[in-house]
Design a protein around this ligand. Structure first.
Ligand code: GDP
Length: 295
């Protein structure tokens, strides 16, 4: 396991081998290699720094287990720390005691929000839940049409009021509609901009305040790499997210954004998007992501 990292750590190991404790002097090189590996995996620099200091704390003073390759022992410490930082286990969606559960989707345009809305609806239906998807992106008629098309494709209803209505009102009416139809989960797709802007955040905050979602999920494109950290920070500070979906993990990325999102927000990644198809959604597992980041 983790052959690439093991290989690059080889020189560093030579210093640890033959010593009975991992110490500051024999670990410096190894930590540098881990730092490099994490940066290559697109983990944000600040996040890498704080992670490395946690690994250092965990590793220092650890007895070198006799008969075990100290390199492998060190990798295990890094891996365990990664899993720990990413939350140890999968965190499911927050479901309301009293229907309907409301899930608010947030994120930049192109992050995969609308696709994730449909993916989540389909996923929940497989769990025997009924869903209503709500289209509030009144600024882009194409976005509303995209959700309608996806809804038809998976046979899940979409609530929309065209492009003239107010997004906050659409969201509220969507929740009312779900109550009326006895639908147990409402997923609200919201407008995204190419860049974060104040009016976008204000509108999201207002929707959140009015519909009081059980879960507010930030959809982050895994391919955005280092930027995922700033994005997460801004959304979390301004609207308060309770989880995230990491999209486009089928792309050519080691997934370092996962570590950044979790570290910066303290909120769990709940799902990953692994393709353009509506079925391409999987629960997030910290151990699998740790392996991917280190490989
Ligand atoms: P939105 O603007 O945030 O609503 O983004 P969209 O849902 O429209 O997605 C933007 C593009 O990314 C579309 O072409 C999607 O098909 C694509 N996309 C979304 N999620 C994934 C994913 O997990 N993997 C891949 N490869 N493409 C995705």
């Amino acid at each position: 396991m983790f052959d690439a990292l093991a290989e690059r750590l080889e020189d560093a190991w030579k210093k640890i081998r033959g010593q009975d404790k991992i110490s500051q002097s024999n670990i410096t090189e190894a930590l540098k290699e881990v730092r490099r590996a994490l940066l290559e995996a697109d983990v944000n620099l600040q996040v890498v720094k704080s992670f490395i200091s946690e690994v250092e704390k965990a590793a220092l003073g650890a007895e070198v287990i006799s008969g075990v390759n100290p390199g492998q022992q060190f990798i295990k410490i890094v891996y365990d720390e990664l899993v720990k930082v990413m939350g140890e286990s999968n965190v499911p969606l927050a479901l309301a005691d009293k229907a309907p559960t409301v899930i608010l989707m947030a994120g930049l345009q192109g992050a995969g929000k609308t696709t994730a809305t449909a993916k989540l609806a389909l996923y929940l239906r497989k769990e025997k839940r009924s869903c209503l998807m709500v289209a509030t992106d009144v600024y882009r008629p194409a976005a509303i049409n995209q959700l309608i098309t996806l809804g038809q494709q998976i046979n899940i209803p979409v609530f929309e009021l065209g492009t003239e209505a107010n997004p906050v009102e659409i969201a509220q009416k969507g929740v009312e509609k779900a109550k009326e139809l006895n639908i147990d989960t409402v997923i609200i797709d919201t407008a995204g901009r190419l860049q974060i802007d104040e009016s976008m955040m204000a509108e999201l905050a207002q929707i959140k305040q009015k519909v009081k979602p059980d879960d507010t999920l930030l959809v982050v494109d895994a391919m955005t790499g280092q930027e995922a950290a700033n994005l997460t920070r801004t959304f979390h500070e301004q609207i308060g997210i309770t989880g995230a979906i990491l999209s486009k993990l089928d792309g050519d990325t080691r997934g370092g954004a996962a570590l950044s999102v979790r570290q910066i927000s303290g909120q769990p990644i709940k799902f990953v998007g692994v393709g353009e198809k509506v079925e391409a959604l999987q629960p997030f597992y910290p151990d699998r992501m740790a392996s991917r980041i280190l490989n």
